[in-house]
Design a protein around this ligand. Sequence first.
Ligand code: PLP
Length: 396
Amino acid sequence: MDPLDDVVRLTADYAAEFHRALDDRPVRARASFEELRDAFGVPLPEESSEDVQVVAELIAAAEPGVIGSQTGRYFGFVTGSALPASVGADWLATIWDQNGFSVVTSPAAAAVEDVAAGWLAELLGLPEGVSSGFVTGAQGANTTALAAARQHVLTAAGWDVAHEGLNGAPRIRVLAGAERHVTIDRSLRLLGLGTGSLEVVAADGQGRMQVENLRAALEAGAGAGATIVCAQAGNVNTGAFDPLAEIAAACERAGAWLHVDGAFGLWAAASTRHRHLVQGSNRADSWATDAHKWLNVPYDSGLVFCRHAEAHAEAMAVAASYLQRGGGRSPSDWVPESSRRARGFAVWAALRALGRSGVTDLVDRCCEHARTFAELLGAAAGVEILNDVVLNQVLV
Ligand SMILES: *Cc1c(COP(=O)(O)O)cnc(C)c1O
């Protein structure tokens, strides 16, 4: 018998049981890091072990340290669940063990990404013809988008950063709100721009960038050349949206690249009731979002979109004589990874299972729950709601 038979059966049986019992188990972990470390921490084995035995051991050791974030009772951070269809699809990405590098390494992985990217751009209200990349999360998406931005604004300043690097390059101004997500800062560090290049634009009490301050900063630096503005759709604490239409207008006037970090907030575009929050977002130059948050795709899954395919490819694509890509969109041309997980299967499956109306309902239902949450908790003694609940975030 194929040794995989037992492993797959054990895992499938366990998966079904785990999922059935989710609503009855505590959300929190039952073991501490030290206890879990002890459970895993046998000395490095000298001898090999039965595969199925190893998986059973892993389940036993890990189970007390597994967080019930897939239940409807988990309210931490912006952590998503996982839809059954996307779990199946993600499991298949492992079973097939596809290298999602190119059309040659996996035609299926390349084709499914191409289709899912088109669906997503449509659903999120992005301009036609945007380029896209399937990355690990919004961190990877912010980094990729800002790499494309760096390429584009420096090209306009007569400098090919892909070739010449940053030594001696024209200075890039980066403007971002005081309540930008911390991943923006890491992206700037990774890209050699440094957090020192950041000009922080004041935010209001909900974390929204104050657009008059952005306008003043852009005008004060008029003629400074290469400029990137990072706006946010969905503040991680409050859910608040930067005024994207006004920011877009200011960027267009100043000739600045506008990047929108919409890790979860961009999904408001899928809902007629909440779409007004992202108004103007389609005027941006690049967008970062997550599939592992609101779309409920298993970790890890993020997406980057870019209006300027050329700058995006110049920043990311690899070319080497031994690489034969085959015709069609090559997944790795748009991301910082080479060999990579075939993330498109799970995204495609989630969208195929929900349909447009399913995504709309998902967004509306979460926002409705958030309002109820705030209403009930706000009425309780000793509890204070700290944010205006405009989306899915409730700060207590
Ligand atoms: C979660 C989040 C990120 C980072 O996303 P990862 O998926 O954790 O990489 C970036 N920006 C915002 C606004 C977020 O909510």
